[in-house]
Design a protein around this ligand. Structure first.
Ligand code: URQ
Ligand code: ZN
Ligand code: ZN
Length: 463
């Protein structure tokens, strides 16, 4: 397929400039003013709009078996919803059960992901340790394009990695030229606080944030950063939700340590008042970890993005319907943790970031696409509008508006944490691998069209 995107302003992380973009097949083949196009080319009029690299969501959980159920979006519906919002690549997670082979789990998730409508790649979680885990990590890096390993420091008695696992896995990641990432919450403290609250008869969703205060996140962030520092590995902290964790990252980076931070669109604009609603279904719908925080934390996270101490924006798209969330109606610790956002991330970050002057369009591209591509070694295939890059492109209308609602979303789960929010800045066209997959509100996602993206190690594999 040949497509020319005419009359727009191309926005990359380093600059914005007027240019046409010509795509042939799944690649960008020319970028420049006044481009000629073959007679049969599809022409997209981008006048008055931006032409940006497709978004990369560094954190999703499609079809995840978790807390006794499975998330509502599978890899087709979840990636299709992302395409509708301008996100063309998701980074999902293989999460082995403790004692389950990482390689076996990886192949299971690869099977699930074959139905994806957009491109996808996997972080692999290290949820236990043994010589076989050490070996599997090597196989995954050498043979399967994995260069990032996730560690849940929360979720005691489930998938929580203890310090021994963290130390051994980080050491192995360094040998392999892979980057460790962490969900930073102290799972022992969470468990203790949960039990304390339940003993006091506090069982509703408002107990959730009380069981996971910022200090519990910051302790784990500091610990992960310290372990990485001693071992000499980089570290990427997912869903940084509070000022205290950001401070830990900022301090480490100021001393030259290679620490990266991820902010969720939800944590950037939603505060913890949601947990105190009299509508308990609404409150349960917002139960995710780390929880939504008080307003001053949002200001800190925006400063983190502006100041270069937070690098990516994601969603942690992990949707459950009201019936699934109701499993915790009598005990908040049984509410499946997770919220959505894969469809809304880019508009929410544009509206609240660029729309308020916090971010320039180029900085928006940096935190929604380019940094993710560079940190996880997909650049310049992804994260850039340039000759040779994948034709993953979003044509962006900075004046367009949309009111977000579960009633009109493509994502499943029947709930949206951004419900009722009118955002300015929306995609008019999304191209994935050169194909128009979303245009003026019409989703044309194709099941199975998505590709697995291999991510090479950051250094020659020496072990
Ligand atoms: O912790 C995560 O990232 C997964 C299990 C999604 N759930 C959540 O509450 N963030
Ligand atoms: Zn997490
Ligand atoms: Zn997650």
């Amino acid at each position: 397929m040949t497509t020319i995107i005419r009359g727009g302003t191309v926005v990359n992380a380093d600059r914005a400039f007027r240019a046409d973009v010509l795509c042939f097949g799944d690649k960008i083949v020319a970028v420049g003013e006044g481009l000629e196009a073959p007679p049969h080319a599809t022409v997209i009029d981008a006048s008055g709009q931006y032409v940006m690299p497709g978004g990369i969501d560094t954190h999703t959980h499609m079809q995840l078996p978790f807390m006794g159920t499975v998330t509502a979006d599978d890899f087709f519906t979840g990636t299709a919803a992302g395409l509708a919002g301008g996100t063309t690549t998701i980074m999902d997670f293989v999460i082995p059960d403790p004692k389950q082979s990482l390689l076996e789990a990886y192949h299971t998730w690869r099977g699930w992901a074959k139905k994806s409508a957009g491109d996808y790649t996997f972080h692999v979680a290290v949820t236990w340790w043994a010589d076989s885990v050490h070996a599997d990590m090597g196989t995954l890096v050498r043979d399967h394009g994995v260069n990032s390993f996730k560690h849940f420091m929360a979720y005691k008695n489930a998938i929580m990695a203890d310090d021994e696992t963290l130390v051994k896995s980080f050491t192995r990641a360094l040998e392999l030229g892979a980057i460790p990432t962490v969900h930073a919450e102290n799972g022992e403290l969470v468990f203790q606080l949960q039990q304390d609250l339940l003993r006091k008869g506090i069982t509703g969703p408002s107990a959730h944030p009380l069981s996971r205060p910022p200090e519990v996140e910051a302790e784990a962030a500091n610990r992960a950063i310290a372990i990485a520092n001693v071992l000499g590995t980089p570290v990427y902290i997912v869903h940084v939700s509070c000022a205290e964790s950001l401070d830990a990252i900022t301090r480490a980076r100021a001393k030259g340590q290679r620490v990266y931070g991820e902010a969720l669109a939800g944590h950037l604009v939603i505060d913890d008042s949601v947990y105190y609603s009299s509508d308990l279904e609404f409150a349960r719908g917002h139960v995710m970890s780390p929880p939504f925080r008080g307003k001053h934390h949002q200001a800190a996270l925006w400063q983190g993005l502006q100041g270069g101490n937070l690098h990516t924006t994601a969603t942690d798209h992990c949707t459950f319907c009201a019936e699934q969330k109701a499993a915790g109606a009598d005990n908040f610790t049984k509410i499946p943790n997770g919220c959505g956002g894969v469809e809304d991330r880019m508009s929410v970050v544009w509206d609240a970031g660029v729309g308020t002057g916090k971010l320039t369009p180029s900085e928006f591209v940096r935190v929604t696409s380019t940094n993710a591509a560079q940190i996880f070694n997909m650049y310049p295939r992804k994260g850039l509008i340039a000759v040779g890059a994948d034709a993953d492109i979003v044509v962006w209308d900075p004046q367009g508006t949309r009111t977000i609602s579960a009633k009109t979303q493509f994502a499943k789960g029947g709930f949206n944490v951004f419900e009722g929010r009118t955002v300015q800045g929306i995609p008019t066209t999304t191209l994935s691998a050169g194909n128009v997959v979303f245009s003026k509100g019409e989703l044309r996602a194709v099941e199975g069209a998505g590709r697995h993206i291999d991510r090479p190690a950051f250094a020659p594999v020496t072990a």
